[in-house]
Design a protein around this ligand. Structure first.
Ligand SMILES: O=S(=O)([O-])[S-]
Length: 104
């Protein structure tokens, strides 16, 4: 499996220049309580690689609470033959702890 661990600076930069789409694989209630602005929800519990949004020109970056489920999502996506290799290893906990803006 190929894994690129992105830190908060890489995620912030990618969101700022529009080069990434953050796909949040937490559960809906976690997403509703707060998420990274511009991220989209695709819970790992119902993970369907075909449901990963089509984001031309953007790199898909999985994110969860603390990097465990996002790694699983990478595994599922790569098993399905998708060219997705990046996750935010610190996840939303890191984002919120470091003062990243939170959307509800
Ligand atoms: O979201 S998590 O699986 O890292 S706790």
């Amino acid at each position: 499996m190929i894994v690129k661990d992105l830190d908060i600076d890489a995620v912030r930069a990618g969101l700022a220049d529009g080069s990434i789409l953050v796909v949040d694989v937490r559960e809906p209630h976690e997403f509703a309580a707060g998420h990274i602005p511009g991220s989209t929800l695709l819970p790992l519990s119902q993970f369907d690689p075909a449901a990963i949004p089509d984001a031309p020109g953007k790199r898909i970056v999985f994110s969860c609470a603390a990097g465990v489920r996002s790694l699983r999502a990478l595994e599922f996506a790569q098993s399905a033959g998708l060219d997705i290799d990046s996750h935010y290893f610190g996840g939303f906990k890191d984002w919120a702890m470091r003062g990243g803006p939170v959307e509800r």
